[in-house]
Design a protein around this ligand. Structure first.
Ligand SMILES: *Cc1c(COP(=O)(O)O)cnc(C)c1O
Length: 440
């Protein structure tokens, strides 16, 4: 069994997180409940930043907040001197409401609307990561209308597909994101932006995958992007000061996953950037990275209450919980695996095997295919680990199930940071339909 961050087991045999008893949290706030270990989030943020500091490299570590977006986590991110990636007007609005420093907000997305881009100009955010030619046209028009400057990075697809433990290089990447680096799109985007009156081209961006456990693909991406920036410098005498290598750093969902320390990814990136820059005679750029999952993933634990149980003789035992794909779509969406523990029986040996089923009306609503647990019964609190990324942020009201509350724990303190939705919330946007009188 693997515990994360500040988790321990107390004298009563209960799982504790951030110095609080998880069984007590379940009692106080109800279940399902997302619990975030804020000390772990802070440690991760510092771990990514520390290596840049030690190597004396200018940097930004931006929290890719689509992994978990809320006012409270944005406030903690600001306290930890992180920058922030947003991908929609909704995330940008959340950031503004949280008081996040606007100059450290970066706006991503492959189909930003004119209204979203206008909001970015009006709020004077730090930069826009430009994805496509349509967006370049919108940005030119808007900046000229508003007479406002904007920093931009160009998102490119470098022809590297990073997988969990290896990568493949492709001549042309089949991705909905970004300008192709190889077929000339990136060059065209450079031409369209680098001399514009209001657009200030900072550099290149790429994001090569997610849940990556290897550094080779990041090194290769650094080489390709620095190579391209150096070509432009030689040809047009224009140096881009920033290189953004994205996120995707892997975390440990189950014992099958063996993540690297944040420092290892950062060290290898810095080395690749330095080497490539030196070889090309290019000034070492600022390095920006965008961890999402690796900042919040294992900081999050979901607490559920076990209800009904069912045995299919000779096949399996089901234990059903009071949530499921409505609060964690990842198992149903892409077969994601999780580990778990009965929080009120944390010291008991695992003698049984269960399939953890959700309560949604879908046969595929299973959170864990094979969970090794002590004998479970109705009323037990099941903690599912590593649910902090793409859990709450992908939650839905499927079956009109209310979205759970979110609690932050740190140093023995617990605070509600997102309220549980109510039954009233389920109908608050609904309007009645009245049949009109017969038409004449
Ligand atoms: C999703 C995303 C990230 C974060 O990915 P993680 O796997 O959560 O680290 C970073 N940058 C971009 C552009 C993304 O789309």
């Amino acid at each position: 069994m693997h515990l994360y961050g500040t988790q321990t087991i107390n004298d009563q045999g209960h799982l504790t997180i951030g110095g609080t008893d998880s069984v007590e949290l379940a009692k106080e706030y109800g279940t399902p409940l997302y619990v975030y270990d804020i000390q772990l989030f802070r440690e991760r943020a510092k771990a990514f930043q520390k290596t840049f500091e030690e190597e004396n490299i200018a940097y930004q570590v931006a929290y890719a907040s689509k992994a978990f977006s809320s006012i409270a986590i944005y406030q903690v991110a600001a306290e930890e001197n992180l920058s922030l990636d947003v991908v929609s007007a909704g995330e940008l609005y959340t950031a503004i409401q949280s008081g996040f420093p606007k100059e450290k907000i970066h706006f991503h997305g492959n189909n930003k609307s004119e209204a979203e881009l206008r909001m970015a100009f009006e709020e004077e955010i730090g930069c826009i990561v430009v994805d496509n030619f349509h967006e370049i046209e919108l940005l030119k028009t808007l900046s000229e209308q508003l007479k406002k400057p904007m920093n931009v990075l160009l998102r490119v697809t470098p022809g590297i597909e990073a997988h969990t433990h290896d990568y493949i290089t492709t001549g042309q990447e089949d991705s909905k994101f970004g300008f192709d680096l190889i077929n000339g799109q990136a060059d065209r985007a450079f031409h369209d932006t680098y001399q514009h009156e209001f657009l200030n081209l900072l550099g290149l961006h790429c994001h090569i995958g997610s849940q990556i456990f290897d550094t080779a693909a990041f090194r290769l991406a650094a080489e390709k992007l620095v190579g391209k920036m150096s070509d432009w410098k030689n040809e047009f005498d224009f140096s881009c000061p920033v290189l953004n290598l994205g996120g995707g750093f892997g975390i440990r969902y189950t014992e099958e996953d063996e993540p690297l320390e944040p420092a290892v990814y950062v060290k290898e990136m810095i080395q690749a950037v330095k080497e490539t820059s030196a070889a090309a005679g290019y000034p070492v750029p600022e390095i920006w990275i965008e961890p999402g999952r690796s900042l919040v993933g294992d900081a999050g634990t979901t607490l559920y209450t076990i209800g009904s149980m069912k045995e299919v003789p000779g096949t399996r035992k089901y234990a059903a919980v009071d949530g499921g794909m409505s609060d964690n779509i990842r198992p149903a969406l892409y077969g994601a695996k999780y580990s778990s523990l009965i929080a009120n029986k944390a010291n008991e040996a695992a003698t049984e095997q269960y399939t953890i089923a959700g309560k949604c009306c879908e046969s595929g609503d299973k959170l864990i295919e094979q969970a090794d647990l002590p004998a479970a019964e109705a009323g037990d609190i099941l903690s599912v680990f590593c649910t902090g990324a793409y859990g709450y942020s992908m939650a839905s009201n499927y079956n009109r199930i209310a979205r759970p509350a979110v609690v932050f724990v740190e140093n023995g303190d617990h605070q509600l940071v997102v309220e549980r939705e109510t039954l009233h919330d389920m109908v608050k946007h609904d309007l009645s339909y009245k049949k009109q009188v017969e038409s004449k």
